[in-house]
Design a protein around this ligand. Structure first.
Ligand code: SF4
Length: 338
């Protein structure tokens, strides 16, 4: 990517949910700062319950955030999506679409493919049925399906085909950004690869930006340009995919990386097992929120929340929130120099 242009800038985003009958809140997203650049695939990864899906839905305003900003660069200037009312959000929904994990439940079983895709097309300008049928047919061909399939029902397709229909539907109104929420997690591994390749091709053809949310590090490694690692509602580390895989600085990222299977038997990895489960987002640990599971934890980690530090290497930004990232950064550089 030559000149990086932000398309979405998230600042201090919080999405908290009240716990019924108490004064407590679930801190699902808890102060996220993030820039998403035009044309990139930004992978968002973390264990289940880390807040990545809530982050995606909060950016889209499908869940209204509690606090913070989400600035979207419209052609006529930037606007904070969090401040737009539901009617004003129509304009944003045309530009930002979502593909859900479960294609079965995101398609209405009593609607044909054409019926499912026709409504948004009508809303966004295709007035006649002929225009809409042509568009749906063209979209199905784009996702490598036959145009005749438009008159079939979701139950007549396989999981992979239904996800292709989900992608075609997301593309139907020419969005600029697609949030892919565990978009291939429900598919068999061989079908996952086909769908990921299709998404990569569509991204190039339509100059799309993806926010790709997944718990699966292998999928994230395959598809992402940059990766955000989340833990318990907050960002732990952000870097381009290559840097993150070769020189991660955060102990949590290192543990996630160590779990990626490798095909080369001569190249065994030392698996880092994380003790225990992710703590409850109702009772986020003090200081560094990862300290209860971190093998490098020291007293300061329990008391003080680490700031996000930025390192620049070969012009690329690497951000990490750990008190001991300087030491790890120096260690990585020494290892590289040897
Ligand atoms: Fe581990 Fe401390 Fe770094 Fe947190 S700040 S990741 S507890 S070493």
């Amino acid at each position: 990517m030559s000149e990086k242009k932000p398309i979405i800038t998230v600042k201090g985003l919080k999405t908290h949910f009240p716990v019924k009958g108490t004064k407590k809140v679930v801190r699902a997203v808890d102060g996220v700062d993030l820039v998403i650049y035009e044309g990139e695939t930004l992978g968002v990864v973390g264990e289940s319950g880390c807040g990545k899906t809530t982050l995606g839905k909060s950016i889209l305003q499908l869940i209204r955030p509690t606090d913070g900003e989400c600035i979207y660069e419209f052609e006529d200037g930037p606007q904070d999506l969090c401040k737009l009312n539901y009617k004003q959000l129509d304009k944003a929904r045309r530009e930002i679409q979502i593909v859900f994990q479960d294609p079965q439940s995101s398609l209405n079983p009593s609607f044909t493919v054409y019926q499912s895709m026709s409504d948004p097309l009508k809303k966004f300008g295709l007035k006649t049925k002929e225009e809409r049928r042509k568009r749906v047919g063209d979209l199905l061909e784009e996702v490598n399906m036959q145009r005749e399939y438009m008159d079939r029902y979701p139950s007549e397709f396989s999981g992979g085909q239904r996800q292709r229909i989900g992608i075609a539907r997301a593309l139907s109104i020419n969005p600029k950004v697609i949030v892919c929420d565990e978009a291939v997690s429900a598919l068999d591994v061989s079908i996952q690869a086909q769908v990921l390749n299709l998404m990569n091709n569509l991204k190039k053809e339509h100059n799309l930006t993806y926010i790709f949310i997944s718990h699966d590090m292998s999928v994230i490694e395959y598809i992402s340009d940059r990766i955000v690692v989340m833990y318990l509602g907050a960002v732990m580390e952000v870097a381009d995919a290559e840097t993150l895989y070769k020189k991660s600085l955060h102990p949590y990222t290192q543990a996630l990386m160590s779990a990626i299977p490798v095909a080369d038997i001569d190249h065994k990895k030392n698996r880092i097992f994380l003790e225990g489960d992710v703590p409850s987002p109702i009772n986020v640990p003090s200081g560094c929120r990862f300290h209860t599971r971190c093998r490098y934890c020291q007293q300061i980690c329990k008391e003080k929340e680490p700031e996000m530090k930025t390192y620049i290497e070969d012009g690329r930004e690497h951000m990490v929130a750990c008190h001991f990232s300087d030491e790890k950064f120096a260690e990585n550089n020494e290892a590289e120099a040897e």
